[in-house]
Design a protein around this ligand. Structure first.
Ligand code: ADP
Ligand code: ZN
Ligand code: ZN
Length: 804
């Protein structure tokens, strides 16, 4: 096999196929599918992925691969195939699909080193390799290439004796710790102890330690254990009794926290009933997609854990996806507690280096379970036994940039390849998934009751218009305020929830009604109290609040709406004695802040937790007995056919935070539209009825799950250009589709301008259109030139979740 097919790193139509390259003699056997290589391309040298090897090419005069980038494939065969699938499903370029599967550290600029594995036996290495590593544990990539030893090194790499490390400049630094070890034989140490003067107790302690303990010790730990400092060991090192070295440790995203080991609970009858079909699927090695529909607290996580346990017994691996915001320490604890070091955790809060570390643990088969957000669905396991997606209805499972994939689709595709089950879990399944379960495409499993049959909390819906009529202008209804006071007295805890999405705190002139908009986007600026700034959430534009109205010069210019900051101020006024912790993007932007605030709340440092979406999930504190939703409607009025579904889901989630333990819980939902079915039915916690109502609405308006939708968004700095391109695209699509399909457009996008670019769109609703994908791809290809030069942007989403 001396020819490699390579997908080069040039995202364009003409290069979206494999190019053949000769494998130079010294690299034969080294280059494998799934490795990245450097290849000459035109006048340049660029990166590419090897997708296959072959004996012959249809092309004459092939150029040669310049050098490999990896020693081991970074993509296995399954992931290479998955890349093709992703390309077809999301209309992205192959190179983008491959890159989406790798951690960022592998994509950035890096330095490469070859490192001798810690447990490698030098004696057993081939002569040539041994000499390369003669006086060192690591050599540079350049040295490795120069010596012509790559094939040998590659063999050792696949034996696990050598590792190739990508060092992203500045950003990724391997974390190292100092270790101490005995550098002399035990009898020498013992001799020396005898000779030490009586007052040298500390030195004695150290030597005694190494007499009794085999292996190296962490210097810091030893220092604190024995109460010694560097001066104690300095002399011992000079005498050759102790040695010191630096070793790399994985950065630990959850600190040095010890996770208490947990044992499997004995399952309830209901849990047993739902786990049996899952275990059958695992044992029979048959793919099946399950929808585990169970209210919060019904014991779903325990079912996940025991299913994974079965998978591990078979020597297979598991992927668990959880939404980014519920990837909290509490969540991680449940998996690490059960499976310990076999668990890797991947989420966006990790630095590039930390993510890379976790990925390497998977690559090196050091872990068997990964718990992570969306992109963890690409974890390079080779022997998958189950994929679990918790809170499957969460829209964060959809990636909103290229490749625009949904993790659920990827999970199912991988599970089909591995012949293993997918478990989708939720208390409020997405309409799409529940409909599939109803039709028998997914296997529906239901956990109807909470553990210990705890009642769901009582929910009160308060009509805020009524409050206003009765003269209450505050953002707290009388009922809510009374209950807050009651809980404060009883020293119980309260969660106040504010959905900040939408125009929550804009700046408006009270005299003329002028609202301050972003100068670059057609959307109002959001007021931030802490620095008196107004900010555009779309383009990042910031400005000071003006002293006078730009329109009428009135000085009565104020901010409106109820952002979390404003609620906090209000609380301070009416309940000065109450301690409040606020959680929103502003207070949690620093790394670890999220976790710290939650810990503080759990430890009882505050009685009220006030926050946005991010507090809606995962919180499970025994002392929370009241949950207040300040305004349930903010999301209802977004121009999105899923707004009712999202409102229902969110309200149900939030309500689930109350009374999960012995103390009974209560929920108050404040709203201006109490009659809306999504609010009313969230109050009743009646998913089944909501599903029925919402399905009717979707059917009438021809939305998913009855129809598929695809969205084409065009943007350009010139309005006319955006309109005319959208018109042409719409016409073209129309001509390609059957009469049954509906094309809506061209129309201005709900946000008609972002960052000085005008936005137009066309929405396609269809049931079956096998030609749609290829037609849309043609459109992209056709406008490629305009897109490449940056003037025009055409984005196509085959399953949009954001319709703005
Ligand atoms: P969910 O994931 O559906 O929200 P959990 O799995 O977190 O539910 O279960 C809710 C609570 O019940 C947790 O505190 C959990 O430890 C406990 N629990 C779950 N299964 C059992 C069981 N079989 N026996 C006893 N307690 C259980
Ligand atoms: Zn004005
Ligand atoms: Zn803007």
């Amino acid at each position: 096999m001396n020819i490699a097919s390579v997908i080069v790193d040039v995202p364009a139509k003409q290069t979206d196929r494999a190019f053949d390259y000769k494998i130079p003699a010294q690299l034969r056997g080294v280059i494998l599918p799934g490795m990245r290589v450097v290849v000459p391309f035109g006048p340049r040298k660029i990166q590419g992925f090897v997708t296959g090897l072959k004996e012959e090419s249809d092309f004459q005069q092939l150029k040669s691969i310049s050098e490999p980038i990896d020693l081991n494939p970074v993509l296995n065969r399954e992931l290479l195939t998955l890349g093709d699938w992703l390309t077809e499903k999301t209309l992205c370029y192959k190179i983008s699909a491959f890159q989406a599967m790798l951690p960022a550290a592998l994509k950035a600029k890096y330095e490469k080193k070859l490192v001798l594995a810690e447990n490698a036996e030098r004696k057993l290495l081939p002569e040539k390799v041994r000499s390369l590593f003669q006086n060192t544990e690591e050599i540079t990539w350049e040295d490795a290439v120069k010596g012509g030893s790559l094939p040998l090194l590659q063999k050792e790499a696949s034996n696990g004796n050598i590792e190739i490390i990508y060092q992203v400049k500045e950003r990724v630094k391997k974390k190292k710790v100092k270790q101490l070890f005995a550098a002399a034989a035990p009898n020498k140490l013992a001799d020396y102890i005898q000779k030490l003067p009586g007052n040298a107790t500390k030195q004695k302690d150290v030597l005694e330690y190494f007499l009794h303990e085999e292996g190296p010790a962490d210097q810091k730990e030893l220092f604190s254990m024995l109460g010694i400092t560097t001066s104690t060991i300095k002399g011992l090192m000079q005498k050759g009794l102790l040695g010191q070295r630096e070793v790399e440790i994985y950065r630990n995203p959850f600190g040095d926290r010890e996770f208490e080991k947990t044992e499997p609970l004995s399952l309830t009858d209901a849990q047993r009933a739902v786990i049996i079909p899952i275990l059958n699927s695992i044992e029979d090695n048959m793919h099946e997609t399950f929808l585990l529909y169970g209210v919060t607290g019904s014991g779903k996580t325990e079912v996940y854990l025991q299913s994974i346990q079965r998978v591990l017994q078979d020597g297979k691996e598991a992927i668990v996806l959880v939404p980014e915001i519920s990837l909290t320490p509490q969540m991680v604890k449940r998996f690490k507690g059960r499976f310990g070091d076999q668990v890797a955790v991947m989420h966006s809060g990790l630095s590039a280096g930390e993510k890379y570390d976790e990925w390497r643990k998977i690559q090196r088969k050091e872990v068997k379970v990964v718990v992570g957000a969306r992109s963890a669905v690409f974890a390079p396991f080779e022997n998958l036994g189950i994929i679990i997606i918790d809170e499957e209805h969460e829209t964060s499972y959809k990636q909103e940039e290229n490749p625009r994939y949904h993790a659920r689709d990827v999970a199912i595709e991988r599970a089909v390849n591995h012949r293993c089950p997918v478990v989708l879990g939720s208390a409020t399944p997405s309409l799409e998934s529940f409909a599939r379960a109803q039709k028998g495409v997914y296997h529906l499993l239901t956990l109807a009751k909470r553990m210990n049959n705890q009642a769901l909390p009582a929910v009160d819906i308060i009509d805020m218009r009524e409050e206003l009529r009765e003269g209450n202008r505050s953002m707290f209804s009388r009922a809510l305020l009374d209950k807050i006071k009651d809980r404060l007295e009883k020293k119980e805890q309260i969660v106040l929830f504010l959905n900040k999405r939408g125009h929550s705190s804009f700046v408006m002139c009270r005299d003329c009604g002028y609202v301050i908009n972003c100068p670059h986007c057609d959307i109002s600026l959001t007021y931030h109290r802490y620095n008196q700034q107004m900010k555009c959430h779309y383009c990042g534009y910031e400005a000071h609040v003006p002293n006078a109205c730009p329109e009428c010069q009135s000085e009565h210019i104020r901010y409106f709406g109820t952002g979390t900051q404003k609620v906090e101020e209000e609380l301070a006024k009416i309940l000065p004695e109450a301690k409040v912790i606020r959680m929103d993007v502003d207070t949690t932007s620093r790394k670890g802040a999220h976790e710290k605030l939650l810990d503080q709340f759990q430890e009882g440092h505050a009685s009220i937790l006030l926050g946005t979406q991010m507090i809606a999930k995962g919180l499970d504190f025994p002392n929370i007995t009241l949950v207040g939703v300040l305004s349930a409607d903010t999301m209802l009025h977004l121009p999105d056919f899923r707004s009712s579904e999202k409102t229902f889901q969110l309200l149900t989630q939030v309500s689930g935070r109350a009374g999960r333990h012995e103390l009974e819980g209560e929920v108050i939902i404040q709203t201006y539209t109490p009659e809306h079915y999504s609010i009313e039915l969230a109050g009743d916690q009646d998913y089944d009825k909501f599903y029925e109502r919402e399905m009717m609405v979707r059917k009438i308006h021809r939305y998913p799950p009855f129809y598929y939708i695809s969205l084409v968004t065009v943007s350009h700095e010139e309005l006319m250009k955006a309109v005319s391109v959208t018109e042409k695209i719409t016409q073209y699509i129309q001509s390609k589709l059957s009469a049954e399909s509906i094309v809506l457009g061209p129309v201005a996008s709900p946000i008609p301008r972002i960052n000085n670019r005008y936005r137009y769109q066309c929405l396609i609703k269809y049931k079956r259109e096998p030609e749609l994908g290829p037609s849309l791809k043609k459109i992209l290809d056709n406008y490629q030139q305009d897109i490449a030069t940056g003037g025009l942007s055409v984005s196509i989403d085959l399953n949009p979740y954001i319709l703005m």
